[in-house]
Design a protein around this ligand. Structure first.
Ligand code: NAD
Ligand code: UDP
Length: 319
């Protein structure tokens, strides 16, 4: 059996990846310091003999005994309010954490895939974003702690690939959603659904004419799985190209949830990208991957998940 280390295992994407690799017959080692994640996302795996978990901060030296065939480095705060609250840890896990995991991959002769992001394109001047675009990031802005950590992460990963011949993969993840997102992580989908469920008005930032393109988690996990098993070392965008303005999206959520709340407008956060849409030609060509779940289907499943939370969990998510 192949053995895989997944960092960020108790988070949104990490926990779905644990499920996927267990289902595909791997032995999974999860690692997380629970700074933004929650053990409830992986509780169901603890009874599985092919799952182990280590509570550890990967920005500190990482040791795992025994064979490792693959590493997925997904540990990092991922939502703007998280990384603005813990900026130094965000920089450290993208830089020191990545360095530690590359070192571990080298020692174990394992293939490593690192979770990069569409944020490496910053507030993009090229639309849709292709992997060739170098991006437009404000290094010293508040979002710079995340964007630059991820850009450094890509650079050090390519250096290990070129200098040490390490087998590396880089996925540039575009906005992904689904069950197990944290209701209070501030990202737009949990924010709007939480507001609708609590009977609050939906807070659109700016005029709401900025765009995003939302990918359902099962599609994202499938793309990451295919990329890991491919022989392609350059970055690959994985996301759903179906783009929508945030204002239209708020209206879609009002319809989906049947709430009679209104939209209210709040100031646009600094450096909030005005447009974002992945060009997925590379993923199609190299991985034969494209998303299958449309927004209506994915949002219905996600809404049902949030609706199933207890009142106490819902109240906890108020800011
Ligand atoms: P998340 O916050 O749900 O999960 C991140 C996990 O990493 C959490 O469980 C957290 O406790 C853990 N973690 C953070 N710092 C750690 C450290 N130093 N040591 C050990 N564990 C640590 O976020 P997510 O949405 O699941 O994102 C996972 C990864 O995917 C991140 O690297 C993120 O940058 C990337 N990504 C996600 C999206 C998205 O739309 N969800 C988009 C682009 C990139
Ligand atoms: N957004 C919003 N209201 C909210 C939360 C977010 O209008 O309550 C906007 C935010 O300004 C951004 C978009 O929704 O333009 C997506 O935000 P999110 O934090 O989900 O992700 P990111 O900006 O990292 O793509």
């Amino acid at each position: 059996m192949k053995r895989i280390l997944i960092t960020g295992a108790a988070g949104f994407l990490g926990s779905h990846l644990c499920d996927k690799f267990i289902a595909e017959g791997y032995r999974v080692v999860g690692m997380d310091n629970l700074i933004t994640g929650d053990l409830k996302n992986i509780n169901h795996l603890f009874k599985n003999e092919n799952f182990e978990f280590y509570h550890h901060d990967v920005s500190k030296f990482v040791h795992v005994a025994g064979q490792l065939d693959y590493i997925l480095h997904f540990a990092s705060p991922a939502s703007p309010i998280d990384y603005l609250k813990i900026p130094i840890q965000t920089l450290k896990v993208g830089s020191l954490g990545t360095h530690n995991l590359l070192g571990l991959a080298k020692e174990k002769n394992a293939r490593i895939l690192i979770a990069s992001t569409s944020e490496v394109y910053g507030d993009p001047l090229v639309h849709p974003q292709t992997e060739e675009y170098y991006g437009n990031v404000n290094t010293i802005g508040p979002r710079g702690v995340y964007d630059e950590a991820k850009r450094f992460q890509e650079s050090i990963t390519m250096a290990y690939h070129r200098f040490h011949g390490l087998e590396t993969r880089i996925v540039r993840i575009f906005n992904t959603y689904g069950p197990r997102m944290r209701l209070n992580d501030g990202r737009v989908i949990p924010a709007f659904i939480g507001q609708a469920l609590r009977g609050e008005d939906l807070t659109v930032f700016g005029e709401g004419d900025q765009t995003r393109s939302f990918c359902y988690v099962d599609d994202q996990v499938d793309g990451i799985y295919k990329l890991l098993l491919s022989d392609y070392a350059e970055p690959v965008n994985i996301g759903n190209p179906h783009e929508i303005t945030i204002k239209d999206f708020a209206e879609e959520i009002i319809k989906l949830t049947g709430t009679d709340q209104k939209i209210i407008y709040k100031p646009l956060p600094k450096d909030d990208p005005m447009q974002r849409q992945p060009d997925i030609s590379r993923a199609k060509e190299i991985l034969g991957w494209e998303p299958k779940v449309n927004r209506a289907e994915g949002m219905k499943i996600t809404y049902d998940y949030f609706k199933s939370l207890t009142d106490e969990e819902l109240r906890k998510s108020e800011h």
